[in-house]
Each structure stands twice: as structure tokens, then as C-alpha cells.
Design a protein around this ligand. Structure first.
Ligand code: 87F
Length: 494
């Protein structure tokens, strides 16, 4: 059965099977698949590997976009948009970097009934089409730096098993492509962008990251070096959530991006490219959610507060009126609130539904509460309910949302930190990974050792943390026994 059918079949079960039927611990991938569909974040489309982002998840992407967009603009980056069709001749201009990716490129060969003279690639990334223009636009040092970004979709025809939000054939991302007169400026920017990504994940998604430099084998082939942000998922696998590449003059040479410096001397420019994608949502969902459903960081929750009135016959009108008043007050205060006054569903049913959808705060309002001028408040990540004076809600809610975010981040960070274990042999690394952890090892950095180890165990290098403790003199590489040159993280990866 293909994925599309699988999707609609699940949809048909809707009435009988609303909640999650497996736990995160017993079957992580089935838990994730059920979670994202049942919480109405996404749905399957007729094309395998291409998924529908429903309003609840698209909202999150919009928030990420707004936040990061403001940061990069404040730093001087400008947005632009390049066409999604790339002529074959242009895509092949930098064969070296495209070669390994060629099997994933999707092509347009006909327009209507007419075969095209030249095939058009659907952009798998935009280096080639953008740098073709950069070569025309950049003439002198006055044209630099040129720092452009685009928010767009990308197509990569994956043949591996696709997973919504994680590995997709069409996905949303931003790609920044910047050009500088000096290497120093470019290298500084590459690091600065990683900082922006870290802030975005922390401030919006409450996800802590491991930042560092990729190994030679894992870096982007067109880059001099690649920096990455990695997150640790509850199944013990790392997820690369974004990259920032310093391209040196590699692409400038291939695309002839030259400028005249102050002394009229011609020089190749220095470049970077960087991106994060809709994968960021997958990272966030996997990190925080539980066996009742989604747990959404309050800042990106489309609905932050749901009010559930307890509509007993004798006091229905009063309770409903009070709930509506409360709704209006919270809304006016800028809180994203929903009033669930459906009479077709019981309160218990509604509690489950809003927990499944990850709404951070639920307010229950019944006749007794009304008499006492109180509501019951349940915060999604806590077990206990509390009783709050209605008059205090406007101050209590923003505070609760803020502390929920803090708790989520702290919990994820504690988990991340306790999941990194130092290891000094292959066996220790394998044992750590077996326990769903990642290993920090002294490594010589050789690609051969990494390739052989991955072949044998499925374990790969993640990144070399920026924050490097000094290696004790004479420390040996955990794979080759040669001299180790740095600490590096190893683990299984998505
Ligand atoms: C697939 C097909 C063709 C990745 C591909 O990481 C080309 C490519 O160049 C390709 N998959 N890449 C590397 C992308 C590098 C870089 N581009 C800008 C990024 C961040 C944003």
C-alpha cells in the first residue's frame, strides 16, 4: 500500500481511533506518524514524499519565518526570489558539487505538448541559478557584501523512505547566499548565522542544539567547511537541523564572481550559503510531544489557550456568557484563544482532543467556578490542575506560557546534556549509541576511518563542538589509534 492510501485509510478510522494507539517508547516512528496526522498538523497527498501542511503546522513555519527573517534583515540580509526552473546547462556548470546529488534532481521535459529544447531542473538548491546572476551583478568592491536570502520550496527526489517533516521530496526552506570581499568577513558571517539559528530554535521552539563543524566527509562538497546545528531525538538519533557553509572561492571560480578591489586589482569573491527548513518542525515535534499527543511551545502554538465551558443544563446560559466574556478579554489581550462551546461533545472528549493538538493551556469553567469567580487551569506539560481567580488570568496566563516554554527548554537541554557520553573506543561508542546516546570522542578526523566505521555500525560523525575542551597530551584517536586532533560527536543520524 502506498503512503497516500495509508494516509486516507487512517483518516477513515477517525471516529473509532482518535487518540494515539502506540507510545513514544514502544514504537517511535509509528507514534510520530500517528501524532502528526491525528493532531491535524499534516496530511498525506497523492504523491509519495509530498505532504500537506495544514494550518496548525503552517502557522509554526510562519512564526519561524517571521522571527528569523527579522533577525537576518536587521543584520543586513535582503530577501529576493529566483525562479524554480534551472536550465540543465547551468545546473551542470559546477559538476563537482552536483555530481553526488544528480540522482535526486527532478526534471521538467515538456511544456504542454511540446518537448523542451533544454530540460529544466526543479531547484534542488539555488547556488547555480543565483551565482550565475551574481557574476553579472558584482563588478567592484562597492557591490560587496551582497547578502541575499530566499524563502522558497525545494524538490529533491528522495529514494530513501520519506518521513513527513524530516525527509521529503518537496519542502520549504530558506537559503541564504552571501558574497564578501574578504575571507574573514565570510567566515564571521557563517558563524553568526549559526547563532541566529540557535536563537530561533531556543526562543521559539524550545529546542537546544549541538553546534559545531562537520567532518570532511560530511561537509557540503562545494564548501571549504560546513557548520551544523544538530538536535538529539528521543529515539537516540541525531537530526541535522540546519547548515551554514563557508564556500571559500570555490563557487566564485566556477561562476566567475570577481570584483575589483580598491587598488583596481581583480579578485575572486568569498561566499557562504546557509539554510534551515521545515525539518525544524519535525525536530520540535519529536523533542517535546508525549503519549497524549503534541506538546507545542507556547510561542508557536496557533491556539495558546482553549476555554472549555462545562455546560450543565441548570446554568448553561450563565456559564456560556461568562466563557464568552473571558474569551473576548483574553483575545483583546493578544492571547491566541479558542472557545470550545460545542454541545455535541463531552468535556472529557474535548480535553483529550486539545491535549492531542498540543494547546498549552486549558481553562475549564463550570457553574461552581463561576460562583467563586474562578476557573480551573491545566497546563499541557504538567499533571496537576490549579484553580485561578478570573481576575488574575490576564497576568497569570502570559506568565504560565512563559514558564512552560522555560520548562520545555530546560527539560530538553538536561536530556541532551545527559545523553552525551565521553568514549575512547569503538566499543564504547557502540554501547553509548545502543543506549540512545551520542558519543564525544577524540578523533583523528580521517574520512577513511569514518567511512569504515559507518559501514560497519551505521554510526557517523555529527559535528566537532565549537566548545572544545583541550585534548590531554598524547590522546589517541578512538578509531585509528593515531594522534587525535579534536573532540568530535558521533551517533546515529536521520
Ligand atoms: C540535491 C540535488 C542537487 C544538497 C542537493 O545546505 C544539489 C544538491 O547542492 C545540493 N542536495 N545540496 C547541497 C546544498 C547546499 C546548501 N545550499 C544552500 C545548503 C544550505 C542552503
Amino acid at each position: 500500500m502506498n503512503q497516500a492510501n495509508k494516509g486516507s485509510k487512517k483518516g477513515q478510522d477517525k471516529k473509532s481511533n482518535l487518540g494515539l494507539t502506540v507510545t513514544k517508547e514502544e514504537n517511535f516512528s509509528e507514534w510520530f506518524t500517528q501524532l502528526i496526522q491525528k493532531s491535524e498538523l499534516m496530511d498525506y497527498s497523492p504523491v509519495s514524499g509530498c505532504y500537506i501542511l495544514r494550518p496548525r503546522s503552517y502557522f509554526i513555519w510562519e512564526e519561524i519565518r517571521t522571527f528569523l527573517d527579522a533577525k537576518i534583515k536587521a543584520d543586513g540580509v535582503e530577501n529576493c526570489y529566483f525562479p524554480m526552473f534551472i536550465p540543465e546547462s547551468l545546473l551542470k556548470k559546477e559538476e563537482d558539487h552536483v555530481e553526488g546529488f544528480a540522482p535526486e534532481v527532478a526534471w521538467v521535459e515538456t511544456g504542454g505538448h511540446t518537448k523542451l529544447k533544454e530540460r529544466l531542473a526543479i531547484r534542488p538548491t539555488s547556488e547555480t541559478i543565483m551565482y550565475d546572476s551574481y557574476a553579472k551583478w558584482i563588478r567592484s568592491h562597492n557591490d560587496l557584501p551582497l547578502r541575499l536570502n530566499q524563502w522558497c520550496n525545494i524538490v529533491r527526489w528522495e529514494f530513501k523512505h520519506c518521513t513527513p517533516f524530516i525527509r521529503l521530496r518537496e519542502f520549504l526552506w530558506q537559503e541564504g547566499h552571501t558574497v564578501f570581499a574578504t575571507r574573514t568577513e565570510a567566515v564571521d558571517e557563517a558563524h553568526k548565522i549559526v547563532g541566529f539559528y540557535v536563537d530561533t530554535f531556543k526562543e521559539l521552539l524550545a529546542v537546544p542544539l549541538l553546534t559545531g563543524k562537520k567532518s570532511d566527509k560530511e561537509k557540503f562538497a562545494g564548501a571549504e567547511f560546513s557548520l551544523s546545528i544538530e538536535a538529539l531525538m528521543p529515539d537516540g538519533k541525531a537530526l541535522q537541523a540546519g547548515t551554514s557553509h563557508h564556500l571559500g572561492q570555490n563557487f566564485a571560480k566556477a561562476f566567475d564572481i570577481k570584483f575589483k578591489d580598491k587598488d583596481e586589482k581583480e579578485e575572486f569573491a568569498f561566499q557562504n550559503s546557509w539554510g534551515i527548513s521545515i525539518r525544524s518542525l519535525g525536530t520540535m515535534i519529536m523533542t517535546h510531544s508525549d503519549n497524549k499527543g503534541l506538546v507545542l511551545p507556547p510561542k508557536v502554538a496557533k491556539t495558546q489557550v482553549v476555554i472549555v465551558p462545562l455546560l450543565f443544563k441548570h446554568a448553561k446560559e450563565e456559564v456560556l456568557a461568562a466563557a464568552e466574556k473571558l474569551f473576548a478579554e483574553l483575545k483583546a489581550a493578544g492571547i491566541r484563544v479558542h472557545l470550545d462551546s460545542r454541545e455535541s461533545h463531552s468535556p472529557g472528549f474535548k480535553y483529550n482532543e486539545w491535549e492531542l493538538k498540543g494547546v498549552p493551556i486549558r481553562l475549564e469553567l463550570g457553574p461552581r467556578d463561576l460562583e467563586n469567580k474562578k476557573v480551573m487551569m491545566k497546563v499541557r506539560d504538567q499533571d496537576e490542575k490549579s484553580s485561578v481567580l478570573m481576575a488574575d488570568l490576564l497576568t497569570a496566563i502570559p506568565k504560565e506560557l512563559e514558564s512552560m516554554h522555560e520548562r520545555m527548554y530546560t527539560k530538553a537541554k538536561d536530556n541532551l546534556e545527559s545523553s552525551i557520553v565521553k568514549a575512547s573506543s569503538k566499543e564504547e561508542v557502540m554501547a553509548a549509541v545502543e543506549e540512545k546516546k551520542i558519543a564525544l570522542v577524540p578523533w583523528c578526523g580521517s574520512s577513511e576511518s569514518e567511512i569504515a566505521f559507518k559501514e560497519e555500525t551505521g554510526i557517523q560523525s555529527l559535528n566537532a563542538p565549537f566548545d572544545q575542551a583541550e585534548l590531554p597530551a598524547g590522546t589517541k584517536c578512538f578509531l585509528t589509534g593515531n594522534k587525535a586532533v579534536r573532540w568530535h560527536l558521533f551517533g546515529k543520524s536521520y
